[in-house]
Design a protein around this ligand. Structure first.
Ligand code: DX5
Ligand code: ZN
Length: 228
């Protein structure tokens, strides 16, 4: 993975057909997805359950772009090697997931993955300062994690602006996760984001049999983001 700040659209397979992940991934990549965002939930850190390392390993061969794994789990550390073995390119852990996020980020890089740090909407950015040299991506949650299709939280725009200033020239992506649509995408790109996760706004109206709407949806978000 080479670093650049071009706008990347990362469909979240949380909104895909769970019986058809392989084909859904192939469809959204053929329709223009830049990364594939994989939401791992444990029913403890967040009030929902999705899937773990075996599913990630099973879908890995279908992903030609970047496998962006968002861990909404606590604890994180016991599972890092399993997700790395499953083929994650990026492993993102939440700042709120435990008392030793510094150790977690070290372990993620130690396992050969890019390290991501996710922040819940209620979390400030002061604690990010001493982690900047350990992260490749900061994920700003613009909904409370757990479910797709929730409403975008506008207070996070200011957080992204401040994070962008804090990051300076460092090669760190700012990823936005939750409620991204053609309406909200430009707000976040203007604030400094370069990776836009979108679940419901990408998968709505389409299917494996009818993937063209995925392309229309991705292009609509990209065009809106480009006008920021
Ligand atoms: C929420 C997940 C998101 C979610 C986004 O906990 O981390 O990635 O799938 O879904 P939308 O784009 O529908 O808000
Ligand atoms: Zn996510």
């Amino acid at each position: 993975m080479t670093f650049d700040r071009s706008i990347k659209i990362a469909p979240s397979i949380l909104s895909a057909d769970f019986a058809n992940f392989g084909q859904e991934i192939q469809a959204v990549e053929a329709q223009g997805a830049d990364w594939i965002h994989v939401d791992v939930m444990d029913g403890h850190f967040v009030p929902n359950l999705t899937f773990g390392p075996p599913l990630c390993k099973a879908i890995r061969p279908h992903i030609k772009t970047v496998m962006d794994v968002h861990l909404m789990i606590a604890p994180v550390d016991p599972y890092i090697d399993a997700f790395a073995d499953a083929g994650a390119d990026i492993l993102t852990a939440h700042l709120e997931a435990g008392p030793h996020i510094h150790r977690t980020l070290q372990a993620i890089r130690g396992a050969g993955c890019k390290a991501g740090l996710a922040l819940n909407p209620g979390t400030g950015i002061d604690d990010v300062a001493y982690l900047l040299d350990m992260v490749d991506l900061i994920c700003v949650m613009t909904v409370n994690p757990g479910f797709g299709g929730q409403k975008f939280i506008h207070s996070q725009i200011d957080k992204v602006k401040r994070l962008r200033e804090m990051i300076g020239d460092r090669p760190i992506h700012i990823e936005i996760d939750g409620g991204i649509t053609p309406e909200t995408a430009p707000l976040m790109v203007a604030a400094g984001a370069d990776v836009l996760v979108a679940g419901s706004a990408v998968f709505k109206g389409g299917s494996v049999q009818n993937p063209a709407p995925y392309g229309d949806n991705i292009r609509a978000i990209r065009a809106a983001a480009g006008s920021a």
